[in-house]
Design a protein around this ligand. Structure first.
Ligand SMILES: Nc1ncnc2c1ncn2[C@@H]1O[C@H](COP(=O)(O)OP(=O)(O)O)[C@@H](O)[C@H]1O
Ligand SMILES: [Mg+2]
Length: 623
């Protein structure tokens, strides 16, 4: 030994190249995060291949299988093999091509990524070839390659995603959530290519079947018939850019952002900036917290764009954002004005629009003066009206004011006797029916006044009913049996495909809540009974509104699925203002409200009643 220094050791070099399959797995993380990422990549490849018929098949929300079958141009044997190499692409040759891209793909990463994290089977044939080729590849290793009889086009199946990366597999969400991501990606591609036939089957059931047609037809096929005759065409052309597409009439605006699509050169993009431009164009035509539908296509020279910003390419950089913003805004404004839809707004239909009407429309002078002369106006505009209302902390002591009706009375009234159907009730003339205990008074067909010798409560019937339903549904979720009322005739409802996917997720919970609801084939459900507490008639609208409300809560991580359903249903099913209630119904409503665990607010924290103490009233009058 030349050196005797004991603490000196020769350390080996430590840097090594990663084996290809591991490098690929790491790189794949950028491109394939979940089954829906593969859906997007495979659908885009099929579009790029010039197919006019593209079928998507998924099993187990894409976790077991994502397969795309197209009738595009197919691949040669060599290309089929090459396609799985990283950075292998037929779509660009040099860096300049990046700025003239006409295809959806260009990175040459998708198939390599998929092959690194799943088992892949490719079957493909070009029109000019007699036989096709079959390739089976997993973990980036080719297992089988052989000739096969095939139709012209390609079929690529991705099986058991992340079978070799268990940590990633564990990160996948529930089937319901993953399926929703898949539907989103499917819609984004299908919307942009109405000239291509698309279908989507999930676990053997066809969810979408989109015949070739116009953009307008495609929008209605995807988003549902409710948009039929409710779309306004947007179309402007300049030398710099073109825009075309549709916006929904203001009355179709929803509480959720769901139905909003921007495409730049036929590529779906997310842009809060351009969304703002559209919202600005709608201005005060829609309520502040609602979202108009739009599907807008902006075409401009790719030289003015950089689509290379993000691997999944949903973000985009414009050379001049401000021009695009101004253009989008004025195009939409112009379209809305041209179709002069403002006067056709139906304010009776939607409470939120009604509210908007009251808030944002200046009251005419005439109306103002007539209101001002009414005594009610004077009462409510008095400076000290704030004293009139108890402060909130005292509301808890509702028991001070309210003593439930006598036992005899409670027995006479079946819970849930009030009905949500405004039309079938007639106001009982006062004194027509002897009422045990207090006579209740309904104000504006919206409020109920309950008095006793300590003062009175002003109950908001909608909020009160919402609280009652919420607690009942919560109990039902915990296993308390719920009464169902059979429908006289079964009602079938057909939903937009994406809503049908969502409703299928909720069916079992809705059954627990007393709905007799079953899937009934394609996007259709049959309702044979509803919870005894909710009214019948209009089941379709009720379900659609419930779904809408549910989606509204969907982004709210703090609510569980059950909480979301319970809240949505109770909000949608509560009796509305303007519903005339009988004495019996008002009594039932008040009794049930004060039998609730938390009677004083709705689940969302809106007060259900205000309490007015007699002694406060006396004080106000100097007594
Ligand atoms: N469905 C298909 N039909 C024909 N060719 C395809 C198909 N899918 C992929 N390819 C070929 O495989 C190549 C690699 O695909 P991909 O990894 O998605 O990269 P990119 O789409 O960015 O080029 C494509 O450039 C194309 O030539
Ligand atoms: Mg691709």
């Amino acid at each position: 030994m030349l050196f005797s220094c004991s603490n000196y050791k020769i350390l080996p070099d430590i840097i090594q190249l990663l084996p290809d399959n591991i490098a690929n797995q790491i790189a794949a993380g950028e491109v394939i995060q979940r089954p829906a990422s593969a859906v997007k990549e495979l659908l885009e490849n099929a579009v790029d291949a010039g197919a006019d018929e593209i079928k998507l098949v998924v099993n187990d929300a894409g976790k077991a299988l994502v397969q795309v079958i197209d009738n595009g141009k197919g691949m040669s044997e060599t290309d089929a093999r090459m396609a799985f190499e990283r950075h292998a692409t037929s779509k660009i040759r040099n860096i300049d091509d990046l700025f003239h891209i006409k295809t959806m793909g260009f990175r040459g990463e998708a198939l390599a990524s998929i092959a690194a994290v799943a088992q892949v089977e490719l079957k493909t044939k070009r029109a000019e070839d007699e036989t096709g080729v079959y390739i089976q590849i997993e973990n980036s290793v080719v297992k089988v390659q052989e000739p096969v009889a095939a139709n012209t086009g390609s079929s690529i199946a991705m099986k058991n995603l992340f079978f070799n990366v268990p940590a990633r597999r564990n990160f996948l969400k529930s089937n319901a959530a993953e399926l929703r991501h898949i539907v989103d990606e499917f819609i984004r591609v299908a919307m942009a290519f109405p000239e291509i036939f698309f279908s989507l089957s999930s676990n053997g059931q066809e969810v979408f079947h989109l015949e070739k047609g116009t953009l307008k037809q495609r929008i209605v096929q995807i988003l549902g018939n409710s948009y039929n005759a409710k779309l306004v065409s947007v179309q402007e052309q300049t030398d710099y850019m073109n825009i075309f597409g549709f916006v929904g009439k203001p009355e179709t605006a929803k509480k959720t952002r769901g139905d909003q699509y921007f495409f730049v050169n036929n590529r779906f993009i997310k842009s809060a900036y351009l969304n703002h431009a559209v919202m600005n164009a709608f201005d005060d035509m829609i309520a502040k917290d609602s979202f108009p539908m739009y599907a807008l296509f902006i075409d401009l020279n790719p030289e003015h764009l950089d689509i290379n910003v993000h691997p999944t390419k949903q973000e985009i950089k414009f050379e001049d954002e401000k021009i695009v913003y101004a253009f989008v805004q004025s195009a939409v404004k112009h379209a809305l004005a041209q179709f002069s839809i403002t006067p056709t707004l139906d304010f009776e239909l939607d409470a939120s629009i009604q509210q908007l009407d009251a808030v944002s429309k200046p009251v005419s002078d005439e109306k103002k003066s007539s209101t001002a002369s009414s005594s009610l106006y004077h009462t409510f505009s008095q400076k000290n009206q704030a004293h009139f209302i108890e402060n909130k902390s005292e509301l808890r002591h509702w028991k001070d004011f309210y003593e439930p009706a006598s036992n005899e009375n409670q027995q006479a009234i079946q819970p849930g006797n009030y009905n949500v159907q405004p039309t079938i009730h007639e106001q009982q003339p006062v004194g027509d029916q002897p009422v045990h205990g207090n006579e209740l008074l309904q104000l504006h067909n919206t409020y109920i006044i309950v008095q006793n010798d300590k003062g009175y409560l002003l109950i908001n019937q909608q909020n009160a009913h919402e609280r009652i339903l919420y607690e009942k549904f919560m109990l039902a979720m915990d296993g308390k049996a719920v009464a169902t009322q059979q429908s006289l005739f079964p009602v079938t409802i057909e939903l937009a495909p994406a809503d049908a996917v969502l409703l299928s997720e909720l069916v079992s919970d809705l059954q627990v809540l007393g709905y007799q609801l079953e899937p009934f084939g394609k996007n259709t459900f049959v309702i044979q009974g509803t919870p005894a507490d909710v009214g019948q008639g209009n089941e379709k609208t009720a379900i659609e509104k419930m779904l809408e409300q549910y989606k509204h809560f969907s982004n709210d991580m703090k609510f569980s699925k059950r909480e979301k359903i319970t809240r949505s249903l109770s909000m949608q099913q509560a009796i509305k203002p303007g519903t005339i209630l009988t004495q019996k119904e008002m009594h039932a409503l008040t009794d049930e409200l004060f039998a609730c665990k938390i009677p004083n607010t709705t689940a969302n924290g809106k007060p259900t009643y205000m309490a007015f103490k007699k002694e406060e009233l006396d004080k106000m009058f100097g007594r």
